[in-house]
Design a protein around this ligand. Structure first.
Ligand code: GH3
Ligand code: MG
Ligand code: MG
Ligand code: MG
Length: 313
């Protein structure tokens, strides 16, 4: 991906290439000024099923790191323009709350260097020459651990859908994608109607059960490319990539119709629940994430004003 080899100068020029990130495929970024090492590791990782971006320069690497947000970093300790440890420190300073497992590789298996690497946030240190089989299993372990970490940090415990933190990430990712390839998407905000009454009538535990069932209902009603988030309390959001607002409205109206037929039972009493929703289509990638949410929220407010159990845009 994105490599063109210029053997006469013996360096690798990275072209600006489209890297389409697949949800389930881990992306590994390798930074090493030694081209033959880059090729060796890249080939081995790709054969093992990972996506790889390879860089020879620290500056270019930093740029691509922020752009593509890899799942694992492999950094050579000795880079010409900047030490690998310095690069690691710079990247970590910019993504303090993100956990991106980082493996330092080095031709020098030096105790001081290892300690310095770990102190600066490295998770692993592999001296060259690299045993490829061991390298792959170590990368794989780091990726598995990161997945577990990300999952527990991004899922809302009660409803088992994505949380607000992940919404921010997803919105930014979609906006970046929109910038790159001009695609559009629709954001929907859903809010349960008169939810306070359910709590007041049947208690908070019953209210929690409604929230969990609503979230699962949403998850089961949308396409696999769409994502449900719990934004807070009894408010949920859905991101519909490559979907116009009219289409999202149709989908939500169908879900509303089906969900309002669901029967909830608490102490021999049966009740049903509805929601209101506001949708907003983003086809201008310059719009900031918070004003997208604000505009969708205004549509939701309109749906509430017009009598609830409806979808507005
Ligand atoms: P509206 O139709 O205008 O949205 O009315 P509403 O009653 O749904 O809205 P309101 O914002 O007045 O009340 C929301 C309620 O949701 C209040 C709050 O106690 C409850 N709530 C928020 N989070 C949770 C939760 O995790 N569990 C339970 N059981 N209730 C929650
Ligand atoms: Mg080097
Ligand atoms: Mg609310
Ligand atoms: Mg409500």
């Amino acid at each position: 991906i994105g490599l063109s080899y210029e053997y006469e100068h013996f360096h690798v020029a990275e072209e600006k290439t489209e890297i389409v990130r697949k949800e389930d495929e881990a992306l590994i970024q390798i930074i090493d000024d030694d081209v033959s090492m880059l090729i060796l590791l890249k080939d081995a990782l790709e054969e093992a099923g990972f996506m790889v971006i390879a860089n020879t320069e620290a500056e270019k690497a930093a740029e691509q790191y922020f752009d593509l947000r890899p799942d694992c970093l492999v950094i050579d300790v000795h880079l010409p323009s900047k030490s690998g440890v310095q690069l690691l420190r710079d990247l970590q300073n910019h993504t303090r709350k993100k956990f991106i497992p980082t493996i330092m590789i080095s031709s020098q298996n030096d105790r001081e260097l290892r300690i310095k690497s770990y102190k600066n946030g490295a998770d692993d240190f592999i001296p060259k020459p690299i045993d490829l089989e061991e390298f792959i299993v170590r990368v794989d372990r780091h990726i598995q651990r990161k997945k577990l970490f990300d999952h527990s940090n991004l899922i809302d415990e009660l409803t088992q859908v994505y949380n607000r933190r992940f919404l921010k990430d997803s919105l930014e990712r979609l906006l970046n994608e929109a910038k790159r390839s001009g695609i559009y998407f629709t954001l929907a905000i859903l809010d349960l109607d008169h939810f306070k009454r359910i709590n007041d009538t049947y208690g908070h535990i019953a209210g929690d059960r409604v929230l969990a069932r609503f979230a699962q209902f949403l998850k089961n009603s949308i396409r696999s490319s769409d994502t449900v988030f719990r934004y807070g309390g009894e408010e949920f959001m859905i991101l519909f990539p490559r979907t116009r607002d009219s289409e999202a409205k149709d989908i939500l109206s169908r879900i509303l119709k089906e969900f309002s037929l669901e029967k909830f039972k608490e102490n021999d009493e049966s009740f049903s629940v509805t929601f209101s929703a506001g949708v907003y289509m983003v086809d201008d990638s310059e719009i900031p994430a918070n004003s997208i949410i604000k505009t969708a929220d205004q549509a939701l407010y309109e749906a509430k004003e017009k009598g609830r159990a409806r979808v507005e845009s």
